[in-house]
Unconditional design. Structure first.
Length: 266
């Protein structure tokens, strides 16, 4: 691929990542995220402000979400574009490259995050399934798990049909260019990144304002203090819709009858 063409490809997917990131921020729902977080931890670390809790929850969620979005909208499509391969016909494998010498099957991952045993087994099974489908080609089958950054490498074993290559080694195998992993970072358009950052920060603050208002309405008492029991009830209880319930006997933990009568459930 010519440098100008590569620049266009990288710019296109930087823009795609930026757009998907903005979409994700707009589609977020505080209550959906709050159900997945540990309220006991936030209480233990001394969180007392609604905006502090909301921002911490959003940052933690979006940080992990960004990694997935970036892999899907930047790394994977660029790997497909520069490899000259086509979309794999099998689930769990992203790229297939057939040459006169072999059939190369590639699963693309962002980075070398540790795989547990079930994930390794699933990846092995996905490659095995594809190998069974292409046996009629009568060509050597080469399975590759590629990490777009990192230094991990590995060879096939009795329990693992695939090789592992990461970072420079992975991109060099795809492109034949030992400097390609540096070209990726070099050609990321600074102007587009800066423009996106400004727009994202504005929408981020709007989102925080919306969710602080929602959090205060649903999970703070009349004094403005955080109602931790309401948060835990929403996060972990099974007998209510998650709205804060006013207590007629404040502090009476044992008054279960009154609590049940207010929720309408025994």
């Amino acid at each position: 691929m010519k440098p100008q063409e590569l620049q266009q490809v990288i710019t296109r997917y930087v823009e795609e990542f930026a757009e998907r990131r903005l979409q994700r921020l707009e589609k977020l729902r505080l209550r959906q995220i709050l159900r997945r977080k540990n309220p006991y931890l936030y209480k233990a670390i001394g969180s007392q402000k609604a905006n502090e809790i909301v921002e911490n929850i959003l940052r933690a969620y979006l940080s992990s979400s960004d990694e997935g979005i970036f892999g899907n909208t930047f790394f994977e499509p660029i790997a497909k574009a520069v490899s000259g391969g086509h979309v794999s016909p099998s689930e769990g494998v992203d790229i297939a490259i057939e040459t006169d010498e072999k059939y190369l099957a590639i699963s693309v991952k962002s980075g070398p995050n540790p795989y547990n045993s079930s994930q390794k087994r699933k990846q092995h099974q996905d490659f095995q399934a594809l190998r069974s489908r292409v046996l009629k080609l009568k060509k050597p089958f080469d399975a590759l798990l590629g990490h777009c950054y990192g230094r991990t490498s590995g060879e096939p074993s009795k329990t693992q049909i695939y090789r592992v290559r990461s970072g420079q080694r992975f991109w060099q195998e795809l492109t034949g260019d030992p400097d390609f992993y540096q070209k990726l970072i070099r050609m990321m358009n600074e102007e587009i990144i800066t423009k996106h950052k400004l727009e994202y920060e504005t929408r981020w603050q709007h989102a925080v304002n919306r969710y602080v208002r929602e959090f205060t309405n649903d999970f703070c008492d009349e004094r403005g203090a955080i109602d931790w029991e309401a948060i835990v009830r929403f996060n972990s209880g099974f007998d209510n819709g998650g709205r804060r319930v006013k207590k007629s006997n404040k502090g009476d933990i044992g008054n279960s009858r009154g609590r049940h009568s207010r929720s309408g459930k025994a």
